[in-house]
Design a protein around this ligand. Sequence first.
Ligand code: NAP
Length: 301
Amino acid sequence: MTDRQDPSAPRVLGQSALTASPLAWGMWRFKGESVDDAQALVETALDTGLTLLDTADIYGVDTPQGFGSAEALLGQVLRQAPSLRARMVLASKGGIVLGVPYDSSAAYLTQACEASLRRLGVEHIDLYQVHRPDSLAHPAETADALTRLREAGKIGEVGVSNYAPSQVSALQAHLDFPLASIQPEFSALAIEPLSDGVLDQALQHGLGVLAWSPLAGGRLGGGDDRAQAVIAALDVVAETHGVSRAAAAYAWIIAHPARPIPIIGSQKVERIREAAQALTVRFTRAQWYAVLTASRGVALP
Ligand code: NAP
């Protein structure tokens, strides 16, 4: 078995120097009753091998603490336990603005990234991602801001999220270094990246792929008729391998040749630990296509 086939092999993000874990941990839902509880979750993720931590300045906007609070909470954890910083690949995002909703202008992105650094209490973000495409920002301007942040050592590598392939290409055309990663929504219920060119572009250029909402935000725990059909197909594989349904859902994502990294969204210690089971699962072709067919709701041609 080659590294390319081994689900547990580390992932090199694009042509960058950044190596990431095959499973990441997401902090969209990260809100602590206490810094100790938050630290316990971070340590669980790291101990489980989910060493890429994905946050964003907007995370926490739905809490009383508001915009920036998920980053600020991670910052508190890092101040309390500074040694954790060296154990993680720290990924964050900027470019969503409440009430706007997007701004990837050079001035905004620069100050957003600097504000993230302050909240996190770090000097360097390993992977900085533009959160969503901004129709009003010329990609040359966005590229200029990202290049300056990188040259200043404030960020390591650059990624984008929710970009169409054409938008990735437009931004890449104005960068003199390769984009490291993309971050689409991708799961057994969100299958568009298989057909809209997003994963093909990742394969073409070797971009790292971070898959957001790998359980469709929890809908793969229940849901409508379509979800039930997908669950039934996943359960066949989960039972064969003696793993949880969630682990089978993550493994379905990982099986794609672009080797997407599912960003585990659970904030429960047991479920974070359980995610590692995904790396033991091997889908047969027929099992993988059975999940896809259930998700499509119609047979493949
Ligand atoms: P998800 O894994 O699809 O959903 C996680 C949710 O499912 C949690 O509320 C979790 O609850 C629940 N859940 C129900 N049953 C579960 C089970 N058996 N195992 C695990 N979780 C279960 O991921 P997500 O939270 O929606 O998104 C993951 C990450 O993707 C985010 O943290 C963020 O980093 C990233 N993201 C990025 C974007 C973007 O635009 N770039 C958008 C959305 C998300 P418990 O916490 O109670 O386990």
